[in-house]
Design a protein around this ligand. Structure first.
Ligand SMILES: NC(=O)c1ccc[n+]([C@@H]2O[C@H](COP(=O)([O-])OP(=O)(O)OC[C@H]3O[C@@H](n4cnc5c(N)ncnc54)[C@H](O)[C@@H]3O)[C@@H](O)[C@H]2O)c1
Length: 392
């Protein structure tokens, strides 16, 4: 197996940023990646200062992402970055991702992938042409107990899935904190930067991906009611969806940022003809299984009875909690294996990281949700057709 340590570049993640530091820590956690280059902030001065803060070599600490792209390309292949992580606000994902893909670099991009399905299709085409790896950090699929849940569904332990409830409740946007200068709130509530979805884009997209990853269900139609509770806010801060899946299953999906007291309360419950499961991101090391006619069982991370994917994505023995950063690291490790293997857009058989197609499906989901809500909460077709390997 090719074990070469990958060289990572980053766009975004500068001083005062939230998720960039998580990506850097996660990517390098297992010693398989070195963070060597970056254009970490939106102004050259802050970008350079941010790069110095985190120990970047001056020669590869860039003022802008375009400079980084040009100068990295000019380096010999065995020195230039292998991949770039894009951790900027949503409006910059498309131009940065497209440019790096076209130059032949692998990309790890945060969600939601881009603003529109047209951009998503263009990105898929670019990734297919460049035959490069593209991962989207839907990090919740990196949790071992989420992989266990997926395994149990695949093994038929739940039977045929009939009902799914997924919810992502936060309370941090219950007041108009975007007016106080809170940076993460400012761009998330600005349609020009965030895209057409507020809560539905920022966290509803995670909920959609979690259901797809665990259950394999495909959405058929959506009946959505999205609301802006905070006066003057320009994007939704609360979303309530009825969902029909192509296998006939029914579901509810809630995403809210006005649920005071809720922090990152992401939960998934799914029920089939033989039993149900429940997983909560705030207590991610266990998974509840309720088989029909038998007592409830609690599966715990780090035990031998778990599936191979759960065990492979675990670092510590049971009882020592693992969580958010480790789950991110699991996405990075899977994407890194694909990059080392020279996998293309499809990531190789059975790759276990969210890819550009998952990212594009998320964008489609946000668009169909908003369309349904704007049509007076009418049922709206939300089938997804851009399959892996098909033309975008
Ligand atoms: N997967 C997750 O769990 C998760 C969690 C939080 C955020 N996110 C996503 O990550 C992205 C960033 O979110 P955040 O909360 O960290 O935002 P943030 O505002 O905290 O940080 C964004 C960073 O990008 C920089 N930036 C902006 N434009 C840039 C440019 N042109 N070139 C270089 N740097 C630039 C900013 O200066 C800042 O350092 C968003 O897409 C968000 O949806 C994902």
């Amino acid at each position: 197996m090719n074990t070469h340590k990958l060289r990572m570049g980053m766009v975004g993640g500068g001083r005062d940023a939230f998720i960039g530091a998580v990506h850097r820590t996660a990517a390098c956690m297992d010693g398989r990646v070195s963070f060597v280059a970056g254009a970490l902030s939106s102004t050259p001065e802050k970008a350079l200062a941010s790069g110095r803060d985190v120990g970047l070599d001056d020669r590869r600490n860039y003022g802008t992402w375009r400079e980084m792209l040009e100068r990295e390309l000019a380096l010999p292949q065995d020195q230039r970055i292998d991949f770039v992580s894009i951790v900027t606000p949503n409006d910059t994902h498309f131009p940065v991702a497209e440019a790096f893909v076209q130059a032949g670099f692998a990309v790890v991009c945060d969600k939601p992938l881009v603003h529109t399905s047209q951009q998503a299709a263009a990105l898929i085409r670019a990734v297919q042409r460049a035959e490069t790896v593209f991962a989207v950090t839907y990090n919740y699929s990196g949790y071992p107990m989420v992989k266990q849940a997926r395994h149990m569904v695949e093994q038929g332990e739940l039977g045929d899935i009939r009902k799914v409830i997924v919810e992502y409740n936060q309370g941090w946007l219950a007041d108009k904190i975007e007016e106080t200068g809170q940076k993460q709130a400012q761009w998330r509530t600005d349609p020009a930067r965030s895209g057409i979805g507020g809560a539905i884009g920022d966290i509803g997209s995670h909920a959609e991906q979690l259901v797809a990853y665990v259950t394999g269900l495909e959405i058929d139609g959506i009946c959505a009611d999205i609301t802006t509770f905070v006066p003057g806010r320009r994007l939704d801060d609360d979303a309530n969806l009825l969902v029909r899946y192509t296998n006939g299953a029914r579901g509810l999906l809630f995403a809210s940022q006005i649920c005071i007291g809720s922090e990152n309360d992401l939960r998934l419950r799914a029920w089939g003809t033989k039993g149900g499961i429940e997983w909560r991101q705030e207590e991610p090391n266990h998974l509840v299984f309720r088989p029909e006619g038998r007592p409830e069982r609690i599966y715990r991370r780090g035990n031998d009875y778990l599936c191979q994917a759960a065990k492979n994505n675990t670092r510590l023995p049971f009882g020592h909690p693992e969580a958010f950063i480790e789950a991110f690291a699991n996405v990075y490790n899977a994407a890194g294996d694909a990059i080392r293997a020279g996998a293309g857009a499809d990531g190789g058989p059975k790759h276990d990281y969210p890819d550009v197609y998952d990212g594009a499906r998320g964008v489609h989901f946000i668009e169909r949700t908003v369309a349904s809500s704007e049509r007076d909460q009418k049922w709206t077709d939300a089938r997804w057709t851009m399959r892996r390997g098909s033309d975008a």
